[in-house]
Write a protein that binds this ligand. Structure first.
Ligand code: S3P
Length: 444
């Protein structure tokens, strides 16, 4: 699939319903499998990645029924899962495969997890190593630098062993895999992170009654005296802040009459991009704050003509809290006056593409000067003249494709984005949402 974008000729305006948050959607599906009561999931997004988690839980014995706008999931509980009759295909979804490793680590049967070309290159040792310390059996491909899918998880014939694990990188996927395995371990399983990765698992597992406590960067599952019962009645999946970031950025650089994005998850572990935008001098407002179950949500509003942004530094905890938004923040940096430096973001290299390389290749295609570092990149902003019209190869990465399409709004001619099929993994309606705000974009 290709995206074709024309320069914006007028400010963007309108209200967009952003689909459900991908991270929370995966957890709503996978954790519902563990529940002993049916769970009503409202607001699940239509992205292919969440679809992989839905198919996976169905293969493990969950019943999924549609009831109006909701899905009703009847799970199996921790001890009632069925052995899948086929390989479980995780597609492009790192969250599906890594969370399944934790969820299946303590099971009495073996499951084989496969993925697409990109997922088959992604590092799995980060989950395999701690889970093996707990007594899990997980094998994968490769003997060299890392282990990659296909993976075979299980079987084990006894309870897992609790560990006290210090994560080498801030990763919600690895943290969650260990906590899920901890449900099948005897005693106290603890994970300590070097930085604040997203905490949806902690919020949602606690809601289901898991014996979980968090103190700062350390989370513990203590199964002593616990009856292995998880139950709840519903999960409301708020709109995805990572998807919203593309429309927020579009409204900031093309200018906005008023762009309103209701019901966005504003959990502080996800709003680093809003903090970075504020540091750049961009004006984004949050209205109608409320709680959607355990998650805070708000309407994200951008109004007014494009105003000049300034370069900033994105490093440390801020880089962790904006990790998925760094490609689109790079486009804002390219419109800002001065230099923006992104550091401590080496995790970008092992996302759906090597996002340090693909973000810089995208910037250069638009004529923007940038420099690649071991743990990030530097962007020289160009606020005074439009970007060069570009043809960008998205390298199969949804976030690169959407960032390039947004950049096309402030180029001096038409932009073409190749290899953009994977936009469907997180935000299938992206092009029509942007065109609904008044942009000229088509996909074909
Ligand atoms: C995710 C965690 C992050 C993030 C990914 C989704 C999750 O990955 O980049 O898009 O849902 O737990 P890491 O755990 O590898 O940091």
């Amino acid at each position: 699939m290709k995206l074709y974008v024309e320069p914006a000729t007028r400010p963007l305006s309108g209200t967009v319903t952003i689909p459900g948050d991908k991270s929370i959607g995966h957890r709503a599906l996978l954790f519902s499998l563990l529940s002993q009561t049916p769970i009503r999931v409202l607001g699940l997004g239509d992205g292919a990645d969440n679809g992989r988690s839905a198919k996976a839980i169905a293969a493990l014995g969950a019943r999924i029924e549609r009831d109006g706008a909701a899905l009703v999931i009847t799970g199996t509980g921790l001890d009632g899962m069925c052995r899948p009759t086929m390989h479980v295909d995780c597609g492009n979804s790192g969250t599906t495969i890594r969370l399944l490793c934790g969820l299946l680590a303590g099971q009495r049967f073996a499951t084989t997890l496969v993925g697409d070309e990109s997922l088959s290159k992604r590092p799995m040792r980060r989950v395999i190593e701690p889970l093996a310390m707990m007594g899990a059996h997980i094998t994968g491909q490769g003997t060299g630098a890392d282990v990659t899918p296909p993976l075979t998880v299980g079987p084990v014939d006894r309870a897992l062993t609790a560990i006290d694990y210090k994560l080498p990188m801030a990763s919600a996927q690895v943290k969650t895999a260990i906590l899920l395995a901890g449900l099948s371990a005897a005693g106290e399983t603890s994970v300590t992170e070097p930085g604040p990765s997203r905490d949806h698992s902690e919020r949602m597992l606690a809601y289901l009654g898991a014996p979980l406590v968090t103190h700062g960067l350390r989370t513990t599952i203590d199964t002593r005296g616990w009856n292995r019962h998880l139950a709840g009645s519903g999960f409301e999946v708020p709109a995805d802040p990572s998807s919203s970031a593309f429309l927020v950025a579009a409204a900031l650089i093309a200018g906005a009459g008023e762009v309103r994005l209701p019901n966005i998850c504003v959990n502080p572990t996800r709003t680093g991009f809003l903090d970075a935008i504020k540091a750049m001098g961009g004006a984004v407002e949050l209205e109608d704050p409320r709680m959607a179950g355990p998650e805070p949500v708000a309407t994200v509003v951008v109004r007014g003509a494009a105003r000049e942004l300034r370069g900033t530094e994105i490093a440390g905890d801020l880089a962790v809290r904006s990790i998925d938004e760094l490609p689109i923040l790079a486009i804002l940096a390219a419109r800002a006056r001065g230099t923006t430096v992104v550091r401590n973001a080496e995790e970008l290299k092992v996302k759906e593409s090597d996002r340090i390389a693909t973000t810089c290749a995208m910037l250069r295609a638009f004529g923007i000067a940038c420099e690649i570092h071991e743990d990030g990149f530097t962007v020289e902003g160009r606020p005074d003249r439009p970007f060069d019209p570009a043809r960008v190869h998205a390298q199969g990465d949804h976030r690169i494709a959407m960032a390039a399409a947004v950049a096309g709004l402030v180029a001096s001619g038409a932009t073409q984005v190749d290899d953009a099929d994977n936009v469907a993994t997180s935000y299938p309606g992206f092009a029509s949402a942007l065109s609904g705000l008044g942009a000229t974009i088509r996909s074909e």
